[in-house]
Design a protein around this ligand. Structure first.
Ligand SMILES: [Zn+2]
Length: 241
């Protein structure tokens, strides 16, 4: 049995953040199949009953049971017989998934992995999408935000970004951009919206900013040399340094 299936499907592994998991490539069609329960437990840290999806026509059409010999399986004979979902079905699930409340620490982890999974499948959430797992387009951000974000060397490819409840812009979900509320929680609105400024990791820019130099920084951002010089002179004569 397993051997026949192996002729039809090819096992591939892939990563979502630190989780290595697998999918099957259907050789004839080039279609990918994802093991539903295993994907849910390993990547999304939750249980699912395939029956929930199987009973819904819009999902059912994207599902099939495949028996497959998985060398990584913990089962005795390495044979897995389970429900698989194709890429289209996975996108449908991930688009509409909501997270159940949990402790702040676990929520953060789950949100991070859900965002990464959505990113992997190239879907954006139908839900409020409070969190995203990739850097948003910064072109509409205010200049000080752009200065801080583009000079924040701690931002990585897998950084989790949260949408500020007040301004609606996404910022890295950490205490540089969101105030701590008590010991474990981060506020829902960004620091700028709660009356505190972001701190730029570039010390010189931060110095200019705290010494009334936002106009100068703005000209610097726009990049017109004459105007920068003009603004710089104004800043100097205003006692900037
Ligand atoms: Zn904000």
């Amino acid at each position: 049995m397993g051997d026949d299936m192996t002729k039809k499907y090819e096992l591939e592994t892939y990563n979502i953040l630190s989780v290595t998991t697998y999918r099957l490539l259907e050789k004839d069609t080039g279609e990918y199949w994802y093991p539903l329960s295993s994907f849910f437990s390993k990547v999304l840290f939750r249980r699912t009953t395939p029956g929930f999806y199987r009973d819904k026509e819009e999902f059912r059409v994207h599902m099939r049971v495949i028996e497959y010999t998985n060398p990584n399986s913990s089962a005795k004979d390495k044979t897995t017989k389970t429900w698989f979902m194709n890429t289209e079905g996975m996108c449908l699930i991930l688009k509409n998934l909501t997270l159940a409340k949990d402790t702040p620490k676990k929520m953060m982890m789950k949100q991070k992995y859900l965002a990464a999974a959505q990113n992997y499948f190239g879907v954006t959430s139908n839900n409020s999408q409070e969190f995203i797992g990739y850097q948003p387009d910064l072109s509409n951000y205010d200049v000080w935000s752009i200065m801080c974000l583009t000079r924040d060397y701690e931002i990585r490819k897998d950084t989790l970004w949260k949408r500020c409840n007040t301004c609606g812009f996404y910022y890295p979900y950490n205490k540089d951009y969101f105030n701590m509320v008590g010991k474990n929680y981060l506020a829902n609105s960004c620091r700028q919206c709660t009356g505190r400024d972001f701190v730029c990791k570039n010390k010189n820019l931060q110095y200019i900013y705290t010494h009334n130099g936002l106009d100068l920084i703005y000209q610097y951002y726009l990049g017109d040399k004459n105007k920068i010089l003009e603004e710089f002179n104004k800043w100097l004569s205003g006692g900037g340094i």
